[in-house]
Design a protein around this ligand. Structure first.
Ligand code: DX5
Ligand code: ZN
Length: 227
């Protein structure tokens, strides 16, 4: 779907998490994201092993991709993600993010994602220090800092995340890397501006968008307060 030269622009991106959509009305909710000011679709794939929950898999991602007109930002919460890199490429993922905690040979996995013409991301669980990425940061298009424990939507934002964003931004700047910082979990209008002030580039928002009375207005407001 996207050329390999695809790059993330300078403005703050909002990525609604489809996990919080109404799966009985998935096409309607995808069209809402198309019509909104959102930048990406955030897609959470959970295997019931890496995280204590199972979300959805390839057939559902295929259906989302048939309606979505914006890039698919796929967040793999699965063990041994190398098994499926080629499949997610075929399903038009623009960004493929794997968990640091799920990859024994992270460097090899990242190169594999890039060879499949996707942007490569690494997600860190709340307890995983950003310093562990020092030797690979220059190879990463994106780091996803989990601001909740992965597995479920609708959890409360972990405040320690702000300090992790600052530390990660410092590492990126010091190494001259172009890596973008994504925040995932518990994002609302109460923490969005501060996250961007700390250095965040992409905010994932699930429940806050889809459970709102006015999802379109909620996305517009998130864009406004992070501009
Ligand atoms: C959690 C997922 C998140 C989740 C965010 O494991 O990775 O993307 O959907 O949902 P909210 O915004 O409701 O915390
Ligand atoms: Zn996610």
């Amino acid at each position: 779907m996207l050329p390999f030269s695809y790059t993330i622009s300078m403005s703050t991106y909002i990525a609604p998490s489809i996990l919080a959509a109404d799966f009985g009305n998935l096409e309607r909710d995808c069209k809402m994201v198309n019509d909104s000011q959102a930048d990406w679709f955030h897609i959470d794939i959970m295997d019931g092993v890496f995280v204590p929950n199972i979300s959805f898999g390839m057939p559902v991602l295929k259906a989302i991709g048939e309606t979505a007109t914006k890039p698919l930002d796929v967040h793999l919460m699965i063990v041994d993600p190398d098994r499926y890199i080629s499949t997610f490429s075929t399903l038009n993922a623009a960004v493929l993010t794997v968990h640091y905690e799920a990859c024994t040979h992270l460097h090899r996995t990242i190169q594999n994602i890039k060879q499949h013409q996707m942007l490569a991301g690494v997600a860190l669980n709340p307890h995983t220090p950003v310093a562990l990425l020092e030797s690979i940061i220059k190879d990463l298009d994106l780091v996803c800092l989990m601001s909740v424990n992965p597995g479920f939507g609708g959890q409360s934002f972990i405040e320690e995340t702000y300090a992790k964003v600052v530390a990660l931004k410092k590492m990126i700047t010091e190494q001259g890397a172009s890596t973008k910082i994504e925040i995932d979990g518990g994002v609302t209008d109460q923490n969005a501006a501060q996250l961007v002030a700390c250095g965040a580039d992409i905010l994932v928002a699930g429940s806050f968008v889809f459970k709102a009375k006015d999802p379109l207005g909620t996305i517009a407001n998130l864009k406004k307060i992070t501009a």
